[in-house]
Structure formats: structure tokens, C-alpha cells
Design a protein around this ligand. Structure first.
Ligand code: ADP
Length: 484
């Protein structure tokens, strides 16, 4: 698939430090999850390279923060334009290394690029404040300044968007960045870095350290231990988030963490069931169930339970699974064997505990798994507690509103949640009672660039996107002026 690129020079396999492409002492392989085909060998950098990138970013910081907001905005806008002008090629690279259907990959390029557009605009709106004085000889002023060198460690499920929603606000605020993209999907990230250079982002302001899983750990340690790196943004598992948080304690680093979820999707008796089925499909099976906001547990009230299960299962049964480049495919492969094993384990556990397979249930060849619905799910099942991160929908039956709220909140996670109801009183009650950072009401998809994305409880810290997404990259400074 990569031979079809309109601009083959977007296929970069070296890392980027201080504006130079770096080959690294060794390489690691990137493969296509749909067929195991070898795609490229990418630079495998380590601790010393991370130190070099941090030094380069620190050296580039004064000139970058000295630019006016408008100058930075113009460069970011150019990067946005280039990402969109190369949408097809970037999507092709993404589908090849990540597996999501080509149409979905094109959607992610637009979504990922939208953060660059948004923060190009927000760069010009980092406004300070003046406060009323407590004594007439003084004036009280609040200014906002870039936090300093920032690092971003990102996952494979959104190879572009998880980078841009961290990097764009950092750059907009006047901070240089070091990015450590996921080892499974570095090619999309490197192509985006190449476009950043073409857009005029100066050497050292955007650095990208590619590394395999072992070296990623070493690079992570250097980033966390560095006094120069003032902020770390991470999206990935809660387990790794905890490690990075602990490693960042000695330097009291500011952290933005977007970690695991365990999203409930509740359908009340008064819901529009057809709309709920459409929302459920979109929320569950997008990216083969591999997003942190994918519905993980479906709670359906007794009055519409059978109807929902029947309609939902019929739609799921009709989904076409296959290579993301094939026409009509709506679900690609899972990212790796371990992901397939986890879905198998969750489905087998649900069946062993009395669940009924309504459709799917089986692993297919390679890394593909049938889109699956299991009814009769119960709270003792693994899928009630753990995020499956795959195309498996367990459906639980409930009787009362309070029972649904309690079940939905019975998790240490709190990222996205969804519910369907036409009753305005219930919409407010349940919307307020759900312990989640995001609540979708009568929708299955809720993310976009100008809303605050993030979680509560062990789903993380901070918000990405929207004007709130700028806050973590800015320090507030209070100036108290006397002798006026
Ligand atoms: P996922 O479950 O989405 O694969 P992970 O949390 O394992 O997420 O990985 C997300 C990102 O974190 C990847 O870029 C990976 O290389 C990186 N990573 C994993 N473990 C560590 C670590 N100990 N230190 C630094 N980065 C890590």
C-alpha cells in the first residue's frame, strides 16, 4: 500500500532531533497488522538521543517563545494546511501501520489536523488579567507564560490525533516539544513531523524520538528525570500512566494524563431505540473497539432490552471485517496478537458465566476478531471491570434508574459515558450523577477539537482540546507592582 503514496518523501523512517534526521544505532520493524507484512525499519533511539533532543529543545526555546503569538499561529496554520493537503497519503500510511479502515483513517487525519487549526487560533487568545488593587499604590497584573520544554508520549490507536492535541497547544503557547510516538505506529507520526518542518517549525522546536518498546522505557526515564522538561503529556494505559507519574515525582513535573476508560452505555425505557442502536454501533466498533472512549458495557432497561439486543445484533452481524483498504470494510484487524487474546479471554469468560452469544464470538484468521454481542452479561464478568479494547459488546439488563447509575459508576475509571433517554428530568439527573469527564446524551460519538476531552478518577488528569487544552502548557504569573 505504501508504494501508492502520491508523495513518497513523506515516508520517513529516521527520527528527528534539532531539525536533523537521525538514523540511530539500530532499527526496529513496523508491520501491517492486517497481514503481518513488513512495512519499514525505523530508527531505534535511546537514552543518549533523548538527552540530545531535550538539549535541542531547550536551546530552541528562547527564540520560539520570543515569536509573537501571531507568528506562531501562522506557522501552525501552515502545518494544518499541509496535513490536510496530504490527507490521502497520511491516511494510507495510517491504515497500513494501524489497520483502521481507510475512510476512518482519512477522518482521523482531519480530526488530528483540526487540533492544529484550533490551537493556531487559540495561540492569539492567551490573555492575562488585571486585578483590583488592595492598596492604591499598587497594580496587580496576571501574565501567562509558556511552561517550558514539553514531552509527549503517545499511543498507537490514534497515530496522528494523539500527537497533535498535545503538540499543537504546546507550540501555540510557545513551548518546544519532544514526542515519543508509539512503536507500533511511528510512520504516521514521522510523516506529520516532516510536514511540520515544511511548514517552517524551526529546528529543535519539534523533535521526534522513535524507539522500540524496550528503548521507549529508557527514553521515558530520561524524560521524567529531566529538570529541563517541565511538562509531560501521556495518553495510554493507566498502568504506564502510574509509572510515568511516579517517575516524574522527583522533578515535580506537571502532568497531563489521558488513561484507560470503561465506558458505560445506558439505554433507558424511554429512549429512541433505533437511535441508541446507531450510537452503540458507532461508539463500540469504531477503530475495532480500540479507543479509550469506546462503550465497554451496555446497560439496557428491561422494557426495551429484547428489542435493543435484537436490533443491535442484526446490525453488528452485517458489518464487513477485513483489510482496511478493501471497499466496504468497516472493521479492520486488531493491533497485535495480545489484543486478540484479551478479547478472546473476555468473551470466553462471559460465556462461561452464563452470557449468550447473539452474534460473532470468534477470532478469525490473523489479528481479526468477529464483531461480537453477548447478552445476559453480569457484574461478575471480566468485561464489567476491565476495558476490553476490542469489538465485544456485553449487554446487561437493569430495572431502575438508580441501579443503572450505580453500575455505571462502579469502576475506578471515569473517562467517557453515554446514555439514551427522551426525558429532560432524567437527562439532567443522570448526566449529573455519572462520575465521568464526558457524558454523551443520545449520541455515540462526542469528541471534536473545541470541547474539553479528559477523564476523572483513574482515567487521568487535565483536559485536551478546547481553550482548556491550553492551560497545561501555560504558567500563570502574578506581578504585584508597587510605588505607583
Ligand atoms: P497501549 O495500552 O495503548 O498500548 P501503553 O500505555 O502500553 O498503551 O503505551 C502507550 C505509549 O507509552 C507508547 O508510546 C509506549 O511506547 C509508551 N510506553 C509504554 N511503557 C512505557 C514506559 N515505561 N515509559 C515510557 N513510555 C512507555
Amino acid at each position: 500500500p505504501l508504494s501508492l503514496l502520491k508523495d513518497p518523501s513523506l515516508l520517513k523512517t529516521d527520527a528527528l532531533i534539532n531539525g536533523q534526521w537521525v538514523t540511530g544505532a539500530s532499527r526496529f520493524a513496523v508491520t501491517d497488522p492486517s497481514n503481518g507484512q513488513h512495512l519499514a525499519d525505523v530508527a531505534n533511539l535511546g537514552a543518549a538521543d533523548a538527552e540530545a533532543a531535550i538539549a535541542a529543545a531547550n536551546a530552541a526555546w528562547p527564540a520560539w517563545k520570543a515569536k509573537t503569538a501571531k507568528e506562531r499561529s501562522i506557522i501552525l496554520r501552515k502545518w494544518f494546511d499541509l496535513l490536510m493537503a496530504n490527507q490521502e497519503d497520511l491516511a494510507r500510511i495510517m491504515t497500513a501501520e494501524q489497520g483502521k479502515p481507510f475512510a476512518e483513517a482519512k477522518g482521523e487525519i482531519a480530526y488530528g489536523a483540526s487540533f492544529v487549526e484550533w490551537f493556531a487560533e487559540e495561540a492569539k487568545r492567551v490573555n492575562g488579567e488585571t486585578l483590583p488593587q488592595f492598596d492604591n499604590n499598587r497594580r496587580l497584573v496576571v501574565i501567562k507564560q509558556p511552561i517550558g520544554v514539553c514531552a509527549a508520549i503517545t499511543p498507537w490507536n490514534f497515530p496522528l490525533a494523539m500527537i497533535t492535541r498535545k503538540v499543537a497547544p504546546a507550540l501555540a503557547a510557545g513551548c518546544p516539544v519532544i514526542i515519543k510516538p508509539a512503536e507500533l505506529t511511528p510512520l504516521t507520526a514521522l510523516a506529520a513531523a516532516e510536514l511540520a518542518i515544511r511548514a517552517g517549525i524551526p529546528a529543535g522546536v519539534l523533535n521526534m524520538i522513535t524507539a522500540d518498546s524496550d528503548q521507549s522505557i529508557a527514553v521515558g526515564k530520561v524524560i521524567c528525570a529531566s529538570d529541563v522538561v517541565r511538562h509531560l503529556s501521556f495518553t495510554g494505559s493507566t498502568e504506564v500512566g502510574r509509572i510515568l507519574m511516579a517517575q516524574s515525582a522527583p522533578t515535580v513535573k506537571k502532568l497531563s494524563l489521558e488513561l484507560g476508560g470503561n465506558a458505560p452505555f445506558i439505554v433507558f425505557d424511554d429512549a429512541d431505540v433505533d437511535s441508541a442502536v446507531e450510537g452503540a454501533l458507532a461508539s463500540k466498533y469504531r477503530n475495532a473497539g480500540q479507543t479509550c472512549v469506546c462503550a465497554n458495557r451496555f446497560y439496557v432497561q428491561a422494557g426495551v432490552y429484547d428489542q435493543f439486543v435484537a436490533k443491535f445484533s442484526a446490525k453488528v452481524k452485517a458489518m464487513k471485517v477485513g483489510n482496511g483498504f478493501e471497499d466496504g470494510v468497516v472493521q479492520g484487524p486488531l493491533i497485535e496478537d495480545a489484543a486478540v487474546e484479551k478479547v478472546k479471554r473476555h468473551v470466553a469468560d462471559a460465556v462461561a458465566k452464563g452470557g449468550k452469544v447473539e452474534t460473532g464470538g470468534n477470532a478469525l484468521q490473523g489479528q481479526f476478531f468477529e464483531p461480537t454481542v453477548v447478552s445476559g452479561a453480569t457484574a461478575d464478568m471480566l468485561c464489567a471491570r476491565e476495558e476490553t479494547f476490542g469489538p465485544f459488546a456485553p449487554v446487561f439488563k437493569f430495572q431502575s434508574e438508580q441501579e443503572a447509575i450505580d453500575a455505571a459508576n462502579a469502576t475506578e475509571f471515569g473517562l467517557a459515558s453515554y446514555f439514551y433517554s427522551r426525558d429532560i428530568g432524567r437527562i439532567y439527573r443522570v448526566g449529573e450523577a455519572l462520575e465521568y469527564g464526558m457524558v454523551g446524551v443520545n449520541v455515540g460519538i462526542l469528541a471534536t477539537e473545541h470541547v474539553p476531552f479528559g477523564g476523572v478518577k483513574q482515567s487521568g488528569l487535565g483536559r485536551e482540546g478546547s481553550h482548556f487544552g491550553m492551560d497545561d502548557y501555560i504558567e500563570v504569573k502574578y506581578l504585584c507592582l508597587g510605588d505607583i
